[in-house]
Design a protein around this ligand. Structure first.
Ligand code: AMP
Length: 188
């Protein structure tokens, strides 16, 4: 089963993905993590990516799509990926559909964690003290939330029309959300 998890920055996508990966033996494909490891390499590409990520803007579709294509088409990850942070706009949806259909795969389930901007601001500031991510500060969090609403909400609407979207109240405890997600996956 291939799953996409959506939610604004700080919604708990990473935490919930870790849980889903262990329980259902899936592979966690986080474009944010892939980009951060590219930045750590301090390559010319990494420097370019760093400037964009730290502003809270989206990296180009070409860069991100190249990063994911290699993983999606690997035989060991076939039909067992949880996509976290991708696709983030409608052109990435088209790119992902092409990559998947060329490889006889599809998206089976889409999860959306809904969390308010007020909660996001609090969580991002908490995470900043733990993970020290350069893009975790209030101004960037607000910008990323806005980018999510403008670019990613239309993507969610797209999957809603396909009837594979499940909306989850992300304001609740980690355990309550875990439980709801397992119940959804178990009946799939
Ligand atoms: P995340 O860890 O998913 O919150 O992503 C952190 C940052 O990485 C985002 O604010 C973007 O700058 C960049 N990023 C992650 N995924 C994508 C994507 N699919 N397309 C463009 N930029 C992305």
């Amino acid at each position: 089963m291939n799953i996409i998890i959506f939610g604004p920055p700080g919604a708990g996508k990473g935490t919930q993905s870790d849980f889903i990966v262990k329980r259902y033996n899936l592979f966690h494909l986080s474009t944010g993590n892939l980009l951060r490891s590219e930045i750590e390499k301090k390559s010319p590409l990494g420097e370019k990516i760093s400037a964009i990520v730290n502003k809270g803007s989206l990296v180009s579709d070409d860069i991100v799509s190249t990063l994911i294509k290699n993983i999606v088409t690997m035989s060991e990850y076939k039909k067992r990926i949880i996509f976290d942070g991708y696709p983030r706009n409608l052109s990435q949806v088209k790119i992902l559909e092409k990559i998947l259909s060329d490889d006889k795969q599809k998206i089976d389930l889409v999860l959306k964690l809904s969390v308010s901007l007020e909660t996001i601001k609090k969580r991002i500031l908490e995470r900043q003290t733990l993970e020290k991510r350069a893009d975790d500060n209030e101004a960037t969090a607000v910008k990323r939330y806005k980018t999510y609403e403008d670019s990613t909400e239309p993507v969610i609407e797209y999957y809603k029309k396909l009837n594979i979207l499940k909306e989850i109240d992300g304001e609740r405890s980690i355990d309550q959300i875990n439980k709801e997600i397992s119940d959804i996956i178990d009946v799939k």
